[in-house]
Design a protein around this ligand. Sequence first.
Ligand SMILES: [Zn+2]
Length: 343
Amino acid sequence: MNKFSIGVDLGGTNLRIAAVDEQGGLIEKVTLGTRISLGPEYVIGDMCEAIQRMSEKYRNGASLLGIGIGVPGIIDAQTGLVRESPNLPGFVDYPAGALIEQRLKTVVILENDANVAALGEKWLGAAKDYSDVAILTLGTGVGGGVVLGGSIWRGTNGMAGEFGHTTVEPDGQPCGCGNRGCLEQYASATAVVRMAREAIASNGASALARAAHSDPEFSAKSIYNLAMQGDEDARRIFRYVGRCLGIVLSTLVNSLNLPIYVIGGGVAGAWEAFSPSIFEELRRRSLVYAATAPHDPSATQEGASAHVVAGPGHKTIVTRALLGSDAGLFGAARLPMIAKARR
Ligand SMILES: [Zn+2]
């Protein structure tokens, strides 16, 4: 190992830090809690100490290229300013990048968390054979990111890729963004649990009701488990998740004509339950997809065997992420490597 960088995933709950070498090898990974109630200065201080401990361990014989940090929210990547972050209260127009750079005396690059997840999947994951990719991350909310020609597409204001706030139901659920019926209200972990509670309230949904009552952590995962056991109410919820994702993906496929679209985040673990509906909607709604879909009759196999079925540049691939929650860590670690190559 000659050179390495440090990737940070600054979430509202967890602060994760990893040292990664230039080939994408994971050297070390730690997870700390984000003590957000103590304020941004405290969180940044905690982060800097952990980064320092980690980088000192490996600095003998290897050089640190810099630090990349994925942050949920609106980031000014040029200045390292966190404009606002719903999951990180207190980080409002907060100059996190400059403060960390001052303290650690190395290159620090901040980036939106879904953008770094896209970069991670492009570097080492599902999209590693492609230079263009769009990702949708299904977690507490729904994030989105686009990588074009190997670089993050930020848009004029660094706000590109907000696919989670695309309308799928014109008069649907109110969303935190001010709109109604956003994808986030139908395809996030929060939405899956809400839809399960709605099913219980409207038709009793007995297996879901039992799980909601007995499982203190009644979550999207519990509902997925019921769907896999064949519970029709749970299966209906994930079919609807897939339908909404398919509607948004149809628009993306028609407008962007990228070779690959990746679904990541915690809810992507329920791929088997929702992906058949994605492919159904894509075939029905997107002329570009219909003309470029891989020739695999089995809908759930479509993504899984995508790399075998179609070479890069010929088919439209829609598939699940491969790196799980590490996509953001690897993508963040990649940021200083790309920046160095450009200097
Ligand atoms: Zn919204």
